[in-house]
Design a binder for this molecule. Structure first.
Ligand SMILES: CC(C)(COP(=O)(O)OP(=O)(O)OC[C@H]1O[C@@H](n2cnc3c(N)ncnc32)[C@H](O)[C@@H]1OP(=O)(O)O)[C@@H](O)C(=O)NCCC(=O)NCCS
Length: 320
């Protein structure tokens, strides 16, 4: 096998491999966008990656044919540290040996120039590809998932004392408190997020400024007149981390949900999640997507219990 830098002449071969990988992926998860089974659409995604900042691509040839490619890009350092990302359209290969050879060649240069966090977004149902990356010392960090919108007969049946309703301006102080629930929770074990927590008055001001934005629907859960949980629903198009092959053609997005610690484990999260599913159905989306840190154990349990199926896993390897 011969590995060398990605050249424009390799684009069609890479696009054919990616379209084939996506065809296999859709056989396991039909909600994904069929468009990317077309090499012309798959090619556009690879071209976009190659046009990005600090993009670096490799291809592997065997017996005169292209058998794999890999493109690494770089993202915002404040969030990700020094980093290299291999996105959902950033790799496809004929077999695990090709993945290993491509990464070995590319990482030699990346690590020499900069110690960094390496991320790769891998189809969740592709056991071979997943095993190849796990064998390269990557571990699972994040899950992207989807499920179909519920049928017309689907209704939310929360406990009698629980009300789910659209948020009102008077809820803003409670919503600001709930906006801090996820970052606070994420600092704890076993997530250990290092992201800073915004002061609550800044969070309140942002929520107030965005309150009438028609792109977002905020729901609250109320018990005995007190707001104990919130959820935000929108088009998946609003998500910056669910892009390219990760996006079904049309999908709603469970963009945020939080329940106050004292009210957890009582069905509030489920009721909010179900309300977002019903919202997505009523807005005409055939699918609803969400994503979560795999170390966020309550979120992992709650979203799986709601029927979300993993589509892509983000894997991470820190070489620092
Ligand atoms: C995730 C979260 C919204 C869930 O809300 P919740 O009110 O505690 O969840 P529920 O009581 O409705 O439980 C939902 C399902 O998850 C399961 N579950 C919830 N917490 C669990 C836990 N710690 N361990 C195991 N299972 C759990 C429940 O059994 C339930 O399944 P079921 O409905 O089939 O019985 C809540 O834990 C939370 O606010 N976490 C911090 C913020 C956060 O992580 N937000 C999500 C970001 S992606």
């Amino acid at each position: 096998m011969q590995v060398r830098p990605f050249e424009p002449v390799d684009l069609d071969g890479a696009a054919a491999l990616l379209a084939e990988r996506h065809r296999r992926h859709r056989a396991a998860e039909p909600l994904l966008d069929p468009a990317f089974e077309e090499p012309v659409d798959a090619r556009r995604e690879i071209e976009e990656l190659l046009a990005g900042d600090a993009a670096a691509g490799r291809v592997a040839h065997r017996g005169g044919s292209l058998v794999g490619y890999l493109v690494g890009i770089s993202k915002d350092r404040e969030t990700w540290g020094t980093n290299v990302w291999i996105e959902s359209a950033g790799h496809a290969a004929a077999d695990p040996d090709v993945v290993r050879a491509l990464y070995a060649d590319a990482a030699a240069v990346w690590v020499e120039s900069l110690p960094a966090n390496h991320y790769v977004v891998v189809p969740a149902t592709d056991d071979e590809l997943m095993a190849a990356w796990f064998g390269l010392d990557f571990g699972q960090q994040h899950v992207h998932a989807v499920r179909e919108a519920p049928p017309a007969s689907f209704g939310i049946v929360p406990r009698a004392e629980l009300t789910i309703r659209p948020a009102r301006r008077a809820d803003l102080p409670a919503l600001a408190e709930l906006e801090l629930v996820l970052p606070r929770h994420s600092q704890g074990s076993p997530i250990f997020s290092r992201l800073p927590i915004e002061p609550i008055d800044e969070v309140h001001a942002e929520l107030e400024a965005d309150f009438d934005d028609p792109r977002f629907t905020t729901l609250v859960a109320e018990v005995d007149g007190l707001v104990v949980g919130s959820a935000i629903a929108c088009s998946l198009g609003e998500s910056k981390s669910n892009v390219s092959l990760m996006r079904p053609a049309a999908a709603g997005f469970l963009g945020y949900a939080a329940v106050l610690p004292a009210a957890r484990g009582l069905g509030v999260g489920r009721a909010l999640g179900e309300a977002v599913l019903a919202w997505g159905r009523d807005a005409g989306y055939p699918a609803i997507a969400t994503d979560w840190r795999s170390t966020n154990l309550p979120a992992d349990a709650a979203w799986r219990a709601l029927g979300f199926r993993p589509t892509f896993r983000r894997l991470h390897r820190g070489i620092t």
